[in-house]
Ligand binder design. Structure first.
Ligand code: FAD
Ligand code: NAP
Length: 546
């Protein structure tokens, strides 16, 4: 007889909940809402004191989204969508956090979320077919399904600079910013790193600090946001067309409408016309520069035209030619690291109180009690801001002691790089789901769209199992091997793997170099997920027995 664990005989372990969800950011909140709506019981564990995930932790000055707010929102509830009013083209961190708190309240989500609780272990008990989930509070919860909504960019790299423990000033991480904010007025401040976080924070810190030293290892391509209030015309158009726009985004390769992907080749376009196209998009602002031509990401020569356009803009903006040369990226293709979106970044280096230190020429040797020492100078500092990034995509998962069939640790299984089928499940770990896991479009898309697609797929899958009294689902090795090969194949057809980015794990010493997100296109990926489900979860082993 086929039975659910919950309906099992009392002598056997009964699961306490249908699902444990780890994380209460965009993903965890929506997953909880979906499961509840379908009559599943769920419990969410969240390390923070509140909801919001990324937008709870990253409170640094200038933090805001780089996908336009109207798009960077949930779509599952038309009422929510209509009642929430974004004020700016790119909402600031406080506004996005308010939105996520509003969502938690509006859908009464908090009663199933336990805050200040880190999940430390999740061990699959094969005999009982349950996940034993352990927390930092010493609790143990049994769940039929374990859903990791732990985030792609939530495991911050710890600053590991020699001497930091003896620094007499204060130091901060953009990824764990103090809730009360920081006033840098009158201070000598260092920012280490020049990724998206630093590029947003630097212009604002520069306005406060007595002097700001920016320590750059790799320059980034950055485009102007041209942020501002959302005009009534834009809002009216959005209100009239939002369903159609959203449908179009979901079907496209990059589900960000504002990229406005062109279908013509840069190389086939006459140079003057090409420059006009770049200029028009530069003036429009935001990530649309990356969508100017269809061959930018697959053809080095085409890419060079966009890279050179940005370098020319940097040279035009930064007045000191030596500084401009340092700021201009030259050794990796345009767009193969996440494109940064800024407000006044390059112009900040024209300020008298800002200095750029090129760590390629003069590496950091140590943090000293008074500041920081590079190979050729010492800097006296009151504060250091580390904007040094994340152990992306896998870090939050491998931090947890996750063990599947035979007690095998996920960390061990992924020691040469993550392996998944569709980025949703990994073979040998039944009933464990990863929202926006490695091998899915995730960070190459509008994350909210990617999150909703995964949570919907998982919710449908659990319903399918329940309706058929199935108790176990697991990705097959074969499906996983084929998917991993496909993920690599499509990545290798692009220029992406040429950059030392966090997409390939290059920012974490010792991390295997594997292109982790799926770049085959969101629309076709989503179709593939639907097709797998329609075929009775082809590529997954389903079972009615433990
Ligand atoms: P997160 O928001 O990262 O939430 C995961 C949660 O899980 C966290 O709260 C964490 O505390 C919790 N957690 C993790 N491990 C555990 C554990 N073991 N136990 C308990 N709790 C745990 N994407 C875009 O598409 N557009 C943008 O404009 C954009 N801007 C960004 C700006 C910044 C500064 C950063 C860092 C990322 C940005 N991203 C952006 C990516 C962003 O992470 C996603 O858009 C989205 O917020 C991810 O939501 P999530 O719920 O999947 O993960
Ligand atoms: P990041 O892009 O990984 O940037 C980290 C920076 O720190 C890089 O410049 C890196 O240099 C430098 N760095 C790391 N370790 C260093 C060391 N030991 N010494 C010197 N420099 C070091 O991290 P992030 O800026 O936090 O952004 C991560 C991602 O989050 C983004 O790509 C984006 O997806 C998202 N994000 C989005 C926004 C937004 O605009 N909405 C804002 C912030 C973040 P190298 O390049 O040489 O490694």
């Amino acid at each position: 007889m086929v039975i659910w664990i919950m309906a099992d005989t009392p002598s056997k372990a009964a699961a306490e909940v249908d699902a444990v969800i780890v994380g209460a950011g965009f993903a965890g909140l929506y997953m909880l809402h979906r499961l509840r709506g379908l009559g599943f019981s769920a419990r969410v564990f969240e390390a923070a004191t509140g909801v919001g995930g990324t937008w709870y932790w990253n409170r640094y000055p200038g933090a805001r989204c780089d996908v336009e707010s109207l798009e960077y929102s949930y779509t599952f509830s038309e009422e929510l969508d209509r009642e929430w009013r974004w004020t700016e083209r790119y909402a600031s961190q406080p506004e996005i956090l308010r939105y996520l708190n509003h969502v938690a309240d509006r859908f009464d989500l908090r009663r199933d979320i336990q805050f200040e609780t880190t999940v430390t272990a999740a061990v699959f008990a094969e005999a009982q077919n349950v996940w034993n989930v352990e927390t930092s509070r010493g609790e143990r919860v049994q769940a039929k399904f374990c859903i990791m909504a732990t985030g792609c960019l939530s495991s911050a790299k710890k600053p590991d600079f020699k001497g930091l423990e003896d620094f007499a000033g204060k130091w901060y991480q953009t990824s764990h910013w103090p809730h009360e904010g920081v006033d840098f007025s009158g201070q000598r401040v260092a920012v280490i790193g020049t990724g998206s976080s630093a590029i947003q924070a630097i212009p604002i810190i520069a306005e406060q600090a007595a002097h700001l030293f920016v320590f750059q290892r790799t320059p980034n391509y950055s485009v102007p946001a041209r942020n501002g209030p959302i005009t009534p015309e834009v809002m009216d158009d959005w209100n009239l067309n939002r369903a159609r726009y959203r449908q179009r985004a979901r079907a496209s390769a990059f589900p960000i409408l504002s990229i406005d992907m062109a279908d013509r080749s840069a190389l086939a376009t006459p140079p003057e016309e090409r420059e006009r196209a770049y200029e028009e998009r530069w003036q429009r602002g935001g990530v649309c520069l990356a969508g100017a031509f269809s061959d930018l990401i697959v053809n080095q020569e085409a890419n060079d035209t966009a890279a050179e356009f940005v370098r020319a803009k940097i040279r035009e903006t930064a007045r000191d030619p030596a500084v401009a040369e340092k700021l201009a990226p030259k050794d990796y293709p345009f767009g193969t690291k996440r494109l940064c979106v800024d407000t006044g970044y390059y112009a900040t280096f024209n300020r008298e109180n800002v200095s750029l230190i090129d760590l390629r020429c003069t590496p950091i040797e140590a943090v000293t009690p008074q500041g920081l020492r590079t190979s050729d100078a010492s800097f006296e500092l009151d504060s250091i801001v580390f904007a040094t990034g994340f152990d992306a995509m896998t870090g939050a998962l491998t931090k947890i002691d996750i063990r599947g069939n035979g007690g095998v640790a996920l960390k061990e299984k992924w020691s040469s790089g993550p392996r998944t089928f569709l980025g949703i499940m990994t073979a040998g770990f039944p009933n464990l789901f990863t929202i926006t896991g490695p091998g899915s479009p995730s960070v190459l898309s509008n994350m909210v769209v990617a999150i909703e697609q995964h949570a919907d797929w998982i919710a449908s899958c659990l319903t399918y199992l329940r309706e058929r009294q199935l108790v176990k689902i697991e990705a097959t090795e074969q499906a996983e091997n084929e998917w991993v090969a496909h993920v690599n194949e499509v990545a290798n057809a692009t220029l992406y793997p040429r950059a030392n980015s966090w997409y390939v794990g290059a920012n974490v010493p010792g991390k295997p170099r594997v292109f982790m997100p799926y770049i085959g296109g969101f629309g076709s990926y989503s179709e593939k997920c639907d097709e797998v489900a329609e075929k009775g979860y082809a590529g997954f082993a389903l079972s009615a027995h433990r």
